[in-house]
Ligand binder design. Structure first.
Ligand code: ADP
Ligand code: MG
Length: 595
């Protein structure tokens, strides 16, 4: 057995560092929080190589005295608390005195600081102070971190690509900028200015500076009060959604916090207004009396718990929903709307639900035809339409009968027509089949895209379209340009926040921007490889190119669609996995109608 040994200081520092500095973004967070604690009005952040090569934070804060410079890099050295009582009355962001020592242990640091009269420069490498000398510098502090994790290869292995790490840094800084609107933040990545906020305290201006005009103008300002809770901020109109929750930022009493209830409440406000995969975007500020929250300050994140979760939920939901409602109905006041919302909620008791929903659970719905056809669909040749009755059916559409056109098994298909311009209703082998026209067509298009060699049909735009994108999507667009070209998108960088779209996939005509946004957001999922990304991209194209619900089809189109769909062996589900059809047996209806 190995003997017990005391660890040497360098190793202890490295272990401690692992807890505080996980990745470049956590270093940036610590440094910027130090600048904020020092009362800075302007903070500049610059990174290169995703922060692994270089992180520089410059502030105009209080600066550090010469005598304190070495101490600042010692572990558990802090100017922010001196005894335990301070722990409970904390207003500063950092207090453990661990950040600088940890960062110094795993990188090469150079810090200039000038508390007013004269400046000094300290160099620290792998935890050792290399030099400390007078150096002229402007008031405030400028700290440069190079070669992060150079002496901890194990940690470095966990760090992802420069693009991913750069995006994490961006995420951190934009959150800090929203939580400190009165501080001017600037962020540059690879010498390119990503954004700069003015520091004038106006939140919509922070959003404008960070996201650019196209994005920011789809955010609405709102404000509300629910008991002792105040809620305000920016929330998206229905035209601005994302496929993930990255666009949702919550701040309680000025700090960015995490708690699942917050996102749920926000999405509840949009219930019935967005598609199931769409997520709203927003920056939501809550002011809650401090005795009603429980904050656990972990170095990397702030988990929060609420004494009255329900009140927080209602505050967000009604605040956001009022904003949405007012945008749609500018003539109704917020109070009138809230009264209506309350009565809407009170009426939702199950006994008052529609009579049909009561039976829904009793209905054995089937979503696949495979069992119905009892036959290998590959061998099946669709029947040919031979007879068309004039407007006779109760659907107000023509009714068509397929008959056998060849030898062998031929299912009998009768199409009754289109219902609500969204569903195709037909009878197959004695069962009633209701087909979701969008999902069915989406499946067909996706299969076609997958089959051919160069799948996507491209179209050059007569007038190239310029779009402004948030930084994380811009970097993805640049990093994945080849994949985007396989999907039919040819883009070029254009200025600080924009790209120009020159060629688009033909299926995305008229929706080229939103389709691109969907694809870019999908590319943010780092768990997929490029082949899977391509597949997901093709699904998005198929979805955009497919016939929509609500689109009227003529009889010929209905027949074509149903024919091809019946022949497709993966017909039962759309590429996203939703069922394309519902099958009803006569016995199902009998049961439903209590015959
Ligand atoms: P903590 O922030 O928890 O006190 P740190 O290791 O982050 O610990 O910083 C140690 C000390 O260095 C701080 O308490 C503060 O006095 C000083 N310091 C660090 N960064 C700055 C800065 N940008 N401006 C002024 N003082 C700073
Ligand atoms: Mg700190």
């Amino acid at each position: 057995m190995n003997r017990i040994k005391l660890l040497d200081k360098a190793l202890i520092d490295k272990i401690a560092a692992g807890e505080v500095v996980e990745r470049p973004a956590s270093v940036v967070k610590e440094l910027v929080e130090n600048s904020l604690d020092a009362g800075s009005c302007r903070i500049e952040v610059e990174i290169a190589g995703g922060g692994l090569d270089l992180i520089r934070v410059i502030d105009d804060g209080s600066g550090i005295d010469e005598d304190d410079l070495i101490l600042a890099f010692a572990r558990h050295a802090t100017s922010k608390i001196s005894d335990e009582s301070h722990l409970w009355a904390l207003s500063s962001m950092g207090f453990r005195g661990e950040a600088l020592s940890s960062i110094g242990a795993v990188s090469r640091v150079e810090m200039y600081s000038n508390p007013g009269q004269e400046g000094h420069c300290i160099q620290v490498e792998g935890g050792e102070v290399i030099s400390l000398k007078p150096a002229p510098s402007p008031p405030g502090t400028s700290i440069t971190i190079r070669d992060l994790f150079y002496n901890t290869p194990a940690r470095k292995k966990f760090v992802k690509s420069a693009v991913t790490e750069g995006n994490q840094v961006y995420d951190i800084i934009l959150r800090l900028a929203f939580s400190h609107p009165k501080v001017s933040f600037s962020f540059s990545n690879e010498r390119r200015r990503v954004f700069q906020t003015s520091g004038n305290g106006h939140i919509p201006e922070v959003a404008l500076a960070i996201f650019g005009q196209d994005y920011a103008r789809r955010l609405m300002q709102f404000r509300g009060q629910y008991g002792a809770i105040q809620v305000f901020g920016l929330t998206s109109t229905l035209e601005l959604t994302r496929k993930n929750r990255k666009g949702q930022i919550f701040l309680v009493n000025g700090r960015v916090v995490k708690n699942p209830i917050l996102g749920v409440a926000m999405e509840e406000a949009y219930r019935g207004l967005l598609l199931s995969r769409e997520r709203p975007v927003g920056i939501i500020y809550l002011t809650i009396p401090p005795d009603q929250i429980d904050v656990n300050v972990h170095p990397q994140k702030i988990e929060i718990r609420f004494n009255d979760e329900k009140a927080v939920f209602q505050a967000i939901k009604s605040g956001v929903r009022t904003a949405l409602y007012q945008q749609a109905n500018p003539n109704i006041t917020g109070q009138q709307f809230l009264t209506r919302l309350e009565s809407e909620q009170n009426n939702q008791s199950p006994s008052k639900g529609s009579s049909f929903t009561q039976y829904q659970s009793a209905l054995p719905l089937k979503y696949d035809l495979q069992g119905v056809l009892n036959n290998n669909p590959d061998n099946w040749v669709p029947t040919r339409a031979v007879e068309t009755e004039p407007e006779s059916s109760q659907w107000g559409e023509t009714r068509q009968q397929f008959t056998q056109s060849n030898e062998g098994f031929r299912p009998q298909v009768k199409t009754f027509g289109q219902w609500q311009d969204s569903y195709l209703v037909c009878e197959l082998e004695g069962r009633l089949v209701i087909v979701d026209q969008h999902a069915a067509h989406e499946r067909l298009l996706f299969n076609r895209l997958k089959e051919t060699e160069s799948p996507v049909h491209e179209q050059e735009l007569a007038v190239p379209v310029a779009i402004e994108l948030p930084e994380d999507l811009l970097t993805i667009a640049e990093a994945k340009s080849e994949l985007l070209q396989e999907l039919g998108y040819y883009l070029d960088r254009f200025g600080e926040k924009s790209m120009v779209i020159r060629i688009i996939p033909a299926m995305a005509t008229d929706q080229e921007v939103e389709t691109l946004m969907d694809i870019l957001e999908q590319l943010q999922n780092h768990n997929l490889d490029d082949r899977l990304h391509l597949d997901e991209g093709l699904k998005i194209l198929a979805c955009k190119g497919a016939i929509k619900a609500g689109q009227r089809l003529d009889q010929l189109q209905i027949n074509h669609l149903l024919e091809e769909w019946f022949r497709t062996d993966t017909r039962d589900f759309c590429p996203h996995g939703r069922p394309t059809c519902m099958v009803l047996e006569k016995s199902d209806l009998d049961k439903l109608l209590k015959r």
